[in-house]
Design a protein around this ligand. Structure first.
Ligand code: UDX
Length: 436
């Protein structure tokens, strides 16, 4: 099939690369001409394992191309994905839908009869209806469908998640659209991954409810971890103990510094706004957002309690999680400014973060590897769970540190290992080792 994808960010790019790899002819469109020029040369602006290879392969096989001309791209196909961003608006907590609506207006000006507009962007319940209205106003006689098809891609494993989805969710009542969707996802359907068809509104809400449920699990286990620290219990044993209940399951119960990223905070806030708009308050989610924000703000104080002031601290990992270069809502953005304000000497290493223009880190020193960060430091802070951090030579780390203190917000090291090596070791929801 010929497919046009409007929006070449995380979601649009991964969707385009994977659908072109499945044999469709895909054009990825974006307003940003320099981004399109780079993408056409196979230069990917984001770190996503496997994406560059997949994009280059399909450019070479002429299944995938890029354009900043939306009009010509829309004329090339009747299958149009909307994959533009819906960030939290600057005025409040609701989703900013300006890109969605300008996309709908542009589609309405070049719409081909029998087109299928597939909304992959995360949009508040009822947005597909609004998109349909915008397009209908301009094209009262043309036949087209607007369907909802939210994504469930995790940064760092987006290609794996696209090719091996837990489920594909489709919101439509149109039989024609259903046939087209089955053709689009032929590779996933052939591997018998589940595809569910529901109403547009239910599909829109499934996305928000899914991310909000996951966010709730994280803040739940983090607050249990706080209690564990007070009473001397072990949060990993609790996560294991509750996770063996099949109704709960073992995933997404890793206690940590709090959730970040471009989705959980944004989607939970947007769902709270939908609750307010339709007078169905999402009170639990309000507590999730408040609890998560409070946690991230308190992390810096926890570090200061451990090391006191005017010391040298090394930070390992500043992105919102491992296997990404994404800094959005990362806990480090709350922690590092607090340490710098206390005149603490801060050095940073992150395998993928882009060192440029992170104002919050002004005054910190970037290093090229973990050992340079550990050298002569009084305390090492683990903020992301990169494998390379798990594989550090801890004897060497201890030898080069001034004080052997580790504050591990990802529980990447074992308590026994830390005890044997005689580190003073602070982690999340577990006993502290070797405090004086
Ligand atoms: C999420 C959803 O998982 C994905 O389905 C959706 O499409 C987009 O949003 P992402 O934001 O990329 O994906 O990251 P994810 O791996 O879900 O982690 C989100 C946050 O939760 C991160 O800050 C991560 O560190 C944190 N997390 C995750 C925990 O603290 N503990 C866990 O057990 C899992």
């Amino acid at each position: 099939m010929n497919i046009t994808i409007i929006g070449s960010g995380y979601v649009g790019l991964v969707t385009g690369a994977c659908l072109s790899d499945a044999g469709h002819k895909v054009i990825c469109v974006d307003k940003d001409k320099s981004k399109i020029a780079n993408l056409s040369r196979g230069q990917i602006p984001i770190y996503e394992p496997g994406l560059e290879t997949l994009v280059k392969k399909n450019i070479k096989e002429e299944n995938l191309s890029f354009s900043s001309n939306i009009k010509s791209s829309l004329n090339a196909s009747k299958i149009i994905f909307i994959a533009v961003g819906t960030p939290t608006s600057l005025e409040g907590d609701n989703a900013d839908l300006s890109q969605i609506y300008s996309c709908a207006k542009e589609i309405s000006e070049s719409l081909r009869d029998e087109s299928i507009i597939i909304v992959k962007s995360t949009v508040p319940v009822g947005t597909c209806d609004r998109i349909e209205e915008i397009i209908s106003e301009k094209n009262p006689t043309k036949k087209f469908e607007v369907i909802s098809n939210p994504e469930f891609l995790r940064e760092g494993s987006a290609i794996r998640d696209f090719e091996n989805p837990d489920r594909i969710v489709v919101g439509t009542s149109s039989k024609n659209a259903i046939e087209s969707i089955k053709e689009i996802y032929k590779r996933q359907i052939k591997k018998e991954y589940p595809i569910i068809f529901t109403s547009r509104k239910s599909s829109e809400l499934i996305k928000y409810a899914s991310n909000s449920m996951l966010a709730m699990r994280i803040i739940f286990i983090n607050e249990i971890a706080d209690l564990c620290e007070k009473v001397g219990a072990n949060v990993e044993d609790i996560a294991n103990g509750i996770g063996l209940d099949k109704r709960i399951g073992p995933h997404f119960l890793n206690a940590g510094p709090g959730f970040g990223g471009s989705c959980f905070p944004k989607d939970a806030r947007a769902l709270i706004e939908s609750g307010e708009e339709f007078k169905a308050p999402q009170n639990l989610l309000k507590a999730v957002i408040d609890g998560n924000e409070r946690r991230k703000l308190n992390l810096g104080d926890r570090i200061l309690e451990v090391i006191g002031e005017n010391k040298k601290v090394g930070i390992l990992g500043v992105t919102f999680k491992a296997n990404t270069d994404d800094m959005r809502e990362a806990p480090s953005l709350s922690i590092i400014p607090k340490l710098l304000k206390k005149n603490i000497n801060v050095s940073i290493y992150d395998p993928e973060a882009n060192k440029e223009n992170i104002n919050e880190f002004y005054g910190a020193e970037w290093k090229d590897d973990a050992y340079s960060v550990a050298k002569n430091s009084d305390c090492l802070i683990i903020l992301t769970e990169w494998n390379e951090f798990k594989e550090l030579d801890l004897k060497k780390i201890k030898d080069i540190m001034t004080r052997p203190i580790i504050v591990d917000f990802r529980n990447i090291f074992s308590l026994k290992e830390m005890e044997d090596l005689n580190f003073e070791y602070h982690s999340v929801g577990r006993n502290t080792i070797n405090t004086k």
